[in-house]
Design a protein around this ligand. Structure first.
Ligand code: HEC
Ligand code: HEC
Ligand code: HEC
Ligand code: HEC
Length: 328
């Protein structure tokens, strides 16, 4: 499994162990083991503005509401397992943050998708992120070289952040593409047949509305919107990630699920592939786009995202950008 997917769903390993009936799952999360989630409290004091934005999202509200939605019961019946959504091993993968106070603690669903669902489980990167050069060092006095090294270190320990990064976009699709690796195509398809939404996820529409938090220097009090050139690149990044995710989903094992169950899910993934191909096909003269279309791999998608960082793609995809009123 690719690195970002492991980081997005480190709990898969824990759940697999639980599912196999092995007790003492703390053992799989000891130091050096899979990173674990601390929860949004670990970020709130230093990032109050971002935390405030999160409180206004469905990601936050869902943990209080979605399990009471009548649809939840139908989906639970279709999937089987624990009848409590917050303990059901399938639902928790996407709907909750399984938080821990320490490596040996039991992971518990305490909130909906939160900071680390997108930025990566923080147990391995938080100390690097917060170290400006020793216990007495301050952020203001940090040298540029130390800052660079700190950011690189955090990234290597599993932190994700830049909106233009392929990893962040691909990570949204782990949940929003109904394509989570580790879940069988038959399970995902059965959820859909039971009425579970197959999100009509498009990165610009989903990331630039309620979810957007962009408090960057010099004005740390303004949640800045992107300009059309940035939005166009983000749109392409989202389609590159969608193509890879949906292609991967179509290749997942069906595990004997009935064709009638699989068909609608397959059609939805095929529609995603077709749309992404149309958009990326418009990037004529960009060899990385042609390479990705020829072979929809993560490596090719990353190469395309790197390549467009210096390109103006507004002419090709500008007309596809969602209207402000349509942002989620
Ligand atoms: C002790 C304070 C502190 C804590 C705790 C903290 N951060 Fe930060 N974070 C900062 C500061 C300061 C910056 C500003 C940019 C910098 O690194 O110079 C930052 C920047 C960031 C960035 C932008 C990327 C970057 O490196 O600049 C992200 C994303 C982020 N933090 C996420 C988180 C998340 C998620 C948590 C909780 C798991 C968290 N932070 C906890 C202080 C903190
Ligand atoms: C692969 C990730 C994934 C899994 C697994 C998953 N969900 Fe979801 N679920 C989502 C996403 C993403 C949405 C939101 C779709 C959108 O609005 O774009 C959602 C939406 C829902 C909704 C509708 C919520 C609303 O506000 O209308 C219900 C109900 C729901 N899920 C129940 C469940 C149940 C019950 C389970 C476990 C049996 C489950 N889901 C498993 C990703 C998942
Ligand atoms: C749905 C995914 C998602 C969630 C949840 C999320 N973030 Fe982010 N975050 C992003 C993306 C995407 C960016 C990049 C924004 C950009 O540059 O366009 C970002 C950027 C940031 C930044 C740098 C920009 C800024 O505002 O300073 C910080 C800091 C940050 N996030 C902290 C947090 C914290 C703290 C939480 C939880 C309270 C959180 N994020 C929840 C996706 C998310
Ligand atoms: C850990 C899984 C997970 C990840 C990662 C994730 N989401 Fe979500 N998201 C959900 C679930 C589950 C819901 C539905 C919550 C509900 O209504 O029950 C949701 C809902 C949303 C909604 C509200 C949709 C609506 O119809 O109102 C937006 C917008 C959204 N997500 C954007 C994003 C973006 C953008 C990213 C990536 C930067 C992202 N999400 C990453 C699980 C996730």
């Amino acid at each position: 499994m690719d690195r970002f997917l492991r980081l997005a769903l480190p709990s898969l390993a824990v759940l697999a162990v639980l599912g196999a009936g092995v007790v003492g799952h703390a053992g799989v999360q000891t130091a050096g083991g899979s990173p674990w989630f601390q929860g949004s409290e670990a970020c709130r004091d230093c990032h109050p503005a971002e935390h405030e934005v999160w409180l206004g999202t469905r990601h936050f509200a869902s943990s209080r509401e979605t399990h009471k939605n009548p649809l939840a019961r139908k989906v639970l019946e279709a999937v089987g397992g624990d009848r409590n959504m917050k303990r059901n091993e399938t639902c928790v993968l996407c709907h909750y943050t399984l938080e821990q106070e320490e490596a040996a603690a039991r992971p518990t669903a305490r909130s909906g998708p939160s900071c680390e669902s997108c930025h990566g489980a923080s147990s391995d990167w938080i100390a690097i992120h917060n170290d400006y050069g020793g216990p007495t060092a301050t952020r203001e006095a940090e040298t540029p070289a130390h800052r660079e090294a700190r950011r690189r270190g955090a990234r290597e320990a599993g932190m994700r952040w830049a909106s233009m990064s392929y990893d962040l976009a691909a990570n949204c699709l782990v949940c929003h593409g109904l394509a989570a690796p580790g879940l069988k195509a038959g399970t995902l398809a059965a959820m859909q047949v039971a009425g579970h939404p197959l999100s009509d996820f498009e990165l610009v529409r989903y990331s630039q509305g309620s979810v957007r938090h962009r408090f960057y220097p010099p004005d740390l009090t303004t949640n800045a919107s992107m300009d059309p050139a940035e939005l166009s690149r983000l749109y392409v990044t989202g389609q590159a990630a969608a193509l890879v995710a949906a292609t991967g989903a179509l290749g997942a094992t069906a595990d004997g699920a009935a064709e009638a169950v699989l068909a609608p899910w397959r059609e939805a993934q095929q529609a995603r592939v077709a749309h992404a191909r149309e958009v990326l096909g418009a990037l004529r003269g960009v060899p990385e786009a042609a390479a990705l279309l020829g072979e929809p791999s993560e490596a090719h998608a990353r190469a395309l995202v790197d390549a467009i960082a210096g390109l103006d793609v507004e002419g090709q995809v500008g007309t596809l950008l969602p209207a402000t009123a349509d942002l989620k």
